[in-house]
Structure formats: structure tokens, C-alpha cells
Design a protein around this ligand. Structure first.
Ligand code: NDP
Length: 262
């Protein structure tokens, strides 16, 4: 087993694709039972069917909803409690970035982005907290290097992500000693938006490795490539595991060295 999640229950938001899905799979391989959500029900069901085949029917629990729907998030926590009676790890991963400069970001865009970034943390933490406290559990938030290294073409995402890091630091103090709170700061991971952009590339003859390699060079990533979803999942699984039992309020960068701050 990659990590020790024996007898543990983990919850992953946005588990039907990319980093969330890689995390769900790694946690299952590590012995956890995993509950996860996403909005698109058919994709969620497809993914759940594969995982149940690989790991067993009683190891996977899914529900389709948006993490911004307060009642649905509460309903999901109730379902996890009724089914498994505990929650040892909450991974707040659901979301996406918004590409816009200050000049083309409207007031509604700002509100939507702040709502997504902040409430995708606030709502799940609030409803899973009683179970996390009881289990002596952990929260891992999936955040971005943009929190510290803002990009002008992602102005509102960068700003909202900085707010999330600040919130997580407060949580790590308020929820201690029962619950640990950590985050991963991602650079460019070859999932989500990058998979979609690769699919839409101008020259369709260019391979994934070539396209990602050129992108890494343009962005100045020292390791010379984009990260894989599985590499982000390892950082998440480690921070949530007993191996990280003395780590709270920390941020782990998964960026191939893209970070320039020390
Ligand atoms: P993907 O698009 O591959 O996966 C996102 C997952 O979140 C999907 O399962 C999606 O399913 C779900 N999701 C999105 N919005 C919601 C919502 N409101 N409620 C519930 N589920 C939701 O993206 P990645 O795996 O690449 O990204 C995962 C996280 O990492 C995101 O928060 C992203 O912003 C962040 N990140 C990614 C980076 C990267 O380079 N890939 C860089 C920095 C941060 P559905 O659409 O069906 O809801």
C-alpha cells in the first residue's frame, strides 16, 4: 500500500477527473474507502463503476452536486455519516481557474470566482468538521502557486487563491489539535484545463509530450515538463496520511520548480 489509510474514510470533492480522480484512486489503493462528488452525473457514474470493479462495491460512494450548493454538501456529509459513520480526510479539490485580465473581468466574474474559491473550502469544511474532529482527521486543500505568484492573465483566480491560503492558515490554528489543515500549491499539472487546451492544439500532429515540453520551456519550468495528476495525488495523500502527523498549516509545492519565492 502506498500510504496507510487502513480503516479510514476519505472525501474528495471533484473526484471524477484529473487530480481528484488520481487522488481517489491512490487513496483506494492505500486502503481507504472514498466518497467523492462532481456535478456531471454520467461521468461520475462511469468513473465510479470502474473504481467499484477495481476495488469493490463497498469502497466507493458518489453523489452528483456542486460544492457551492450548501444543502447538497450537507446532504453528502449526512450520507457519508449514515454509510460509514466517519471521515478521516477531506480533500477540497473541486474547481477550475478563470483566465482574465483586470480589464476583462466583470464584477460578476469577480463574485463568481471568489464564491467558487472560498466556498468550495468553507462549505465542505463546515459540514465534515464534526466527523473530522471525532476521527482526529485532516484536511488537504488543492490550491495553486498563483496564491503567491500571481499571473496578470489570471487576475481574479490569483487573488482568490491568496485569500484561500490565508483562510487555511487560520483554520490550521483554530482546528488544532484535533484536525490538521494543509495545502498543495500546484504549478502546471497535465489535467483539466491543460488536457482541454492540448486537445484543441493548432497542430494536431504534435504529441502530448512535445506539446507539454514546449509549454514547460515557455513557462520556464526547471524540470522541463508539466506534472502528472498522479504526482499531485501523491502530495495530497501524503499530507492527509498518518506519515504527516506533525504537519499542519503547511503548503507543499508541486510545480516542477516553477516557484520563484523562497
Ligand atoms: P479537472 O477539470 O480535470 O477536474 C475538476 C474536477 O472538479 C472534476 O471532477 C469536476 O467535475 C469537478 N468540479 C468542478 N467544479 C465543481 C463544482 N462546483 N462542484 C463539484 N465538482 C466540481 O481539473 P484538475 O484536476 O486539473 O484540477 C483540480 C483542481 O486543481 C481544481 O480546483 C483546479 O482549479 C486546481 N488546479 C489545477 C491546476 C492544473 O494545472 N491542472 C493548477 C492549479 C490549480 P464536474 O465538472 O462534473 O463538476
Amino acid at each position: 500500500m502506498p500510504y496507510d489509510y487502513d480503516k479510514c474514510v476519505a472525501v474528495v470533492t471533484g473526484g471524477s477527473s484529473g487530480i481528484g480522480l488520481a487522488t481517489v484512486r491512490l487513496l483506494l489503493e492505500s486502503g481507504a474507502r472514498v466518497a467523492f462528488c462532481a456535478r456531471n452525473e454520467s461521468r461520475l457514474n462511469e468513473v465510479a463503476a470502474v473504481l467499484k470493479r477495481d476495488f469493490g462495491d463497498d469502497t466507493v460512494l458518489t453523489q452528483a452536486f456542486s460544492v457551492l450548493d450548501r444543502d447538497a454538501v450537507q446532504g453528502f456529509a449526512d450520507l457519508v455519516h449514515q454509510t460509514w459513520g466517519r471521515c478521516d480526510l477531506l480533500v477540497n479539490n473541486a474547481g477550475q481557474g478563470r483566465i482574465s485580465t483586470f480589464e476583462d473581468t466583470t464584477d460578476d466574474d469577480w463574485r463568481a470566482e471568489y464564491e467558487l474559491k472560498l466556498f468550495s473550502q468553507v462549505l465542505p469544511v463546515r459540514v465534515f468538521l464534526p466527523m473530522l474532529r471525532e476521527a482526529g482527521g485532516a484536511i488537504v486543500a488543492v490550491n495553486s502557486l498563483l496564491a503567491y505568484q500571481p499571473e496578470p492573465h489570471m487576475v481574479c483566480t490569483s487573488s482568490a487563491r491568496a485569500g484561500v491560503q490565508n483562510l487555511l492558515k487560520s483554520l490550521s490554528v483554530e482546528l488544532a489539535p484535533e484536525v490538521r489543515v494543509n495545502s498543495v500549491l500546484l504549478g502546471l499539472i497535465g489535467s483539466g484545463q491543460w488536457t482541454r487546451r492540448f486537445a484543441e492544439r493548432e497542430d494536431q500532429s504534435v504529441s502530448r509530450a512535445e506539446w507539454y515540453g514546449a509549454l514547460a520551456e515557455k513557462k520556464g519550468i526547471p524540470l522541463g515538463r508539466l506534472g502528472e495528476a498522479e504526482e499531485a495525488a501523491h502530495a495530497i495523500a501524503f499530507l492527509g496520511s498518518r506519515a504527516a502527523s506533525y504537519i499542519t498549516g503547511a503548503q507543499l509545492e508541486v510545480s516542477g520548480g516553477l516557484s520563484r519565492h523562497i
